[in-house]
Design a protein around this ligand. Structure first.
Ligand code: 5AD
Ligand code: FES
Length: 349
């Protein structure tokens, strides 16, 4: 089958076989251009020219897990740890609102210092002070906790499954279970959150076959938001000597998922911008419609080191916002107004 025919099928049926996805992942030259052009067109048709900005608040760098790729892993004794207190988190959310953000993303390592009550209290306080959508990105919890956060006012939840290859998952996530992660994602969906999930590109040992399977799993989970980023080796982790993930495969995965879930929200991730100075621009031109700038103080930004070389680490939140707005305008796009709920979620509701 030719790439042109595969793209046509993707546009009409929103589903592809694993082999078809693999062919798209390996596309080169004109075929590759056509994939990106088609994804950009589908993005425009289904979610328009608005690019929505999300204010990212990384509120704790403590983590009880030990993921092989992540700089926040508990075995990294050199990691700088911090926890923001409740009122401080609420203040940053208010500041984000004043800067124009209508969604805040509360992200942290898996830090049980914040229990059900404290997180519910943070969510309620933010919701009663400013009119923003709240996205949680705090990892695996119990059904009861997810439900309590939703009842307290959380709207969305992001949690990547990282890799659908269970053998690799087990290898890189000691003490964790793939099955539990998928169960959590299903709970989150059933509780009525907008669900965000995705995976890492370029974990050592990962194949094109695995990536095609990852793409199919995002489709199967019926994600409203899709986060895909290249793996970047962190010097204080067991994967320090591994090769970094491919920007090209990241862009292709974004493009393919835009075709399979045309009305999803897809960010051009910070990791993509870290490996390629024009990475976020390229992402926005092949299917992405979201950017997630950090709104924290510099003193915290520096300490939340998932991977080295993160962009914007020395820029204050206002500067980042201005910079990203000019990127969006330079691409002929518009900064989104309002909360920018996933259209996929709206349609399903
Ligand atoms: N390189 C790229 N992305 C990483 N993440 C964690 N560590 C790394 C790394 N070294 C990603 C994971 C996680 C998200 C918050 O950050 O996919 O889900
Ligand atoms: Fe932060 Fe450019 S986006 S400085």
């Amino acid at each position: 089958m030719k790439v042109k025919d595969i793209l046509e099928k993707a546009c009409h049926e929103n589903i592809l076989t694993k082999d078809e996805i693999k062919l798209l992942l390996m596309a080169e030259g004109d075929d590759r251009d056509l994939l990106f052009k088609t994804a950009d067109r589908v993005r425009k048709e289904h979610v328009g020219d608005e690019v929505f900005l999300r204010g990212l608040i990384e509120f704790s760098s403590y983590c009880k897990n030990d993921c092989f790729y992540c700089g926040l892993r508990r075995s990294n004794r050199q990691a700088q740890r911090y926890r923001m207190q409740e009122d401080e988190i609420v203040e940053v959310a208010k500041r984000a609102y004043q800067m124009g953000y209508r969604t805040v993303v509360l992200q942290s390592g898996e830090d049980m210092y914040y229990n059900k009550d404290s997180l519910c209290s943070i969510i309620r306080k933010i919701k009663s002070s400013v009119d923003v959508a709240i996205t949680l990105s705090i990892g695996e919890r119990s059904y009861d906790e997810y439900k309590a956060f939703k009842d307290a006012g959380a709207d969305r939840f992001l949690m990547r499954f990282e890799t659908s290859n269970e053998k690799l998952y087990r290898k890189y996530h000691p003490g964790m279970s793939f099955e539990n992660r998928i169960e959590c994602l299903k709970w989150i969906k059933n509780l009525g959150y907008e669900l965000g999930t995705g995976f890492l590109i370029g974990l050592p040992g990962q194949t094109i076959d695995d990536l095609a399977q990852d793409i199919l799993l995002v489709k199967e989970l019926d994600a409203d938001m899709i986060g895909i980023g290249p793996f970047i080796p962190h010097p204080q982790t067991p994967l320090k000597d591994a090769e970094e993930g491919s920007v090209d495969l990241t862009l292709k995965s974004i493009a393919i998922l835009r075709l399979l879930i045309p009305d999803a929200n897809i960010p051009a991730t910070t990791a993509l911008g870290t490996l390629d100075p024009l990475g976020r621009q390229k992402g926005l031109m092949c299917g992405a419609n979201i950017v997630m700038p950090n709104v924290n103080d510099l003193k915290y930004k520096l300490k939340y080191e998932l991977y080295p070389g993160k962009i914007c680490i020395n820029e204050d939140a206002t500067k980042c916002r201005g910079c990203i707005e000019s990127i969006i305008v330079s691409l002929g796009r518009k900064v989104g107004h309002g909360k920018g709920q996933s259209r996929h979620y709206k349609r399903a509701a």
